[in-house]
Design a protein around this ligand. Sequence first.
Ligand SMILES: [Zn+2]
Length: 518
Amino acid sequence: MKVAIGGFSHETNTFNRIPTTRTSFIEPPGRTWQGDAMWPALHGGHPVLSGFHEAATSAGLEVLPTFYAAANPTTGTITADALDWIAEGLLTRIRAAQPDAVLLDLHGAGTSERETDAEAWILARVREVVGPNVALVVVNDPHGNLGFPWLDYVDATIAYKKIPHSDMHERGIEAALLLARILRREVIVSAAMTKPPVMVKSGLMTMSEASLMLIKPPMYWLTGRAYEMEHEQHVLNVSVNVGFGDADTPETGISIVVHTSGQPRLASELAQELGRLAWDLRRGFDTRLVMLAPQAAVERALSTPNWPVILADEGNNTAGGSPGDGTVILAELKSHGWPEAALFIRDAGAVAQCFTAGIGAAIELEVGGKLEPSNGSPVHLAGRIQTLTAGQADLEGLGTTSGRAALVKCGNTDLILTEFPTRQTAPTHYRRFGVEPRLKRIIVVQSAHVFRHEWDTVEHLPRSIIEVDTPGITSPSAREFDYVRVPRPIYPLDDFEWDPTDPNVIMARPSRPTSKSP
Ligand SMILES: [Zn+2]
């Protein structure tokens, strides 16, 4: 039997004013693979797609690559043209493949200027093309803002359980194995979804088991309970989608999805239980309880005898939609006399000036704060150019690139200027530019939580982590943003009571009449 594999990924921060265009998907750091060009991704180049391929092949299915497009989350709303182009690419190839089943990798927080739930719109059209009897299983990112229509189109949708996402490959395998069971008619999948009215923004989405987390975040408890439920009889998958509060859409918010084997009522009950737990834990998502202001953060980091200290630049998180030129922490470091610290700023103009001046030159620059008004003002600084780098491709094994880069030394602070936005999600990202983070007192990461896996769980490098309440479009303080499309009431914008047993807040879909005879 033939299984078509494809996907589409963009986590759309609707507060980012720069549109995400067709070019954002085609040119690096975006990536698009069509037909046979998908094979390297299926053979290990992409964690979810290779999981699909590995498990589908082992189940005796013939894999047909179709279309996959992803754009970096450093630009905002997807244009209608780009979404049409993606749908066309995917649908044309799925139609031509005439598959018995479909596996899709869809982020879930894609928003276009025309469709707020871009993936649901794509799923509807895929279902139209393949008809009601072709099994369709999706892997989604738990930062997806899933709406109820998803369940109308898919047999199952399975989210990563870890944030940072260290289990993408396993979820790809899980989805393909479930698809194979559906095709063999071993299971008939029921689904239920509930959406507790809680919106979570930026760094509070962490589902960390990292050593430094003594107080576990709400997602730790929610996902822990989901794991337990998966051991119960008839339960196939329980996914907790924390959602993406950086998107102002009608679908924004947590969603809980439960799949059982032919037990729609059980699916509803479990979804309801997790919905209630999410609601009960909602105050754990309150930024005012867990963040430090920039000045206090730098002072605390400088006064501690235990270092390195990581300062997580929450408002300037390039994985959450920031263009990566936030200067608030840079300005604090300057006003503290350039201490032993290291940080990245995206500023293509400053990089060009450094290349003109050359290695070893003393230089004065106006750095950052040019692309997003809430990211702080440009910082005037004087430093010496230490190194120039032609281009660091493939920073994370995902085809992302810094472009040209310059290391500028200001006092004891190492400032790495890059042409494109980067994320410092691993210590190696500093080392590639000649900076050893263990020797620094302060390390800044333009990352809300993704950095925790490599820095903390793998390398045990920081002695402490401070989440800094910086301004910028990825600031976790939802109350500071003007939302016009999110469903109201919603926590933390509104103060209200919620009844998790209200039948209007849960949607159960009985078993799908899938699929073709084996
Ligand atoms: Zn994610």
